[in-house]
Design a protein around this ligand. Structure first.
Ligand SMILES: [Zn+2]
Length: 94
């Protein structure tokens, strides 16, 4: 059996891989995958070209015509009713 020096034995006990802070992950706005900042910078132009445009922004809560309707039919009727009432109120307001 080969003899190891004390330094070689200590090197074998050291953990493999880099130590330090875990990388900060960022989400690609196009494909929603997580990347490190450097990887995202390399990935995003190509992904943007594939996806053409970022996903639409979430509905504006102040824009009542743009609210996402519920999948529940009763709730949807209530939402449409409320939208119509709000629309009438807005047309009556100066
Ligand atoms: Zn992407």
């Amino acid at each position: 059996m080969k003899k190891l020096t004390a330094k070689q034995m200590l090197d074998l006990l050291k953990p493999k891989g880099k130590l330090g802070r875990p990388p900060v992950m960022r989400q690609c706005p196009y494909c929603k995958l997580a990347f490190t900042a450097t990887a995202l910078r390399a990935h995003q132009p190509a992904c943007k070209a594939i996806h053409m445009q970022p996903p639409p922004p979430p509905p504006d809560p102040a824009d009542l015509e743009n609210q996402v309707l519920s999948s529940n039919p009763l709730e949807r009727v209530r939402q449409l009713d409320q939208q119509e009432q709000d629309r009438i109120i807005r047309t009556l307001e100066p």
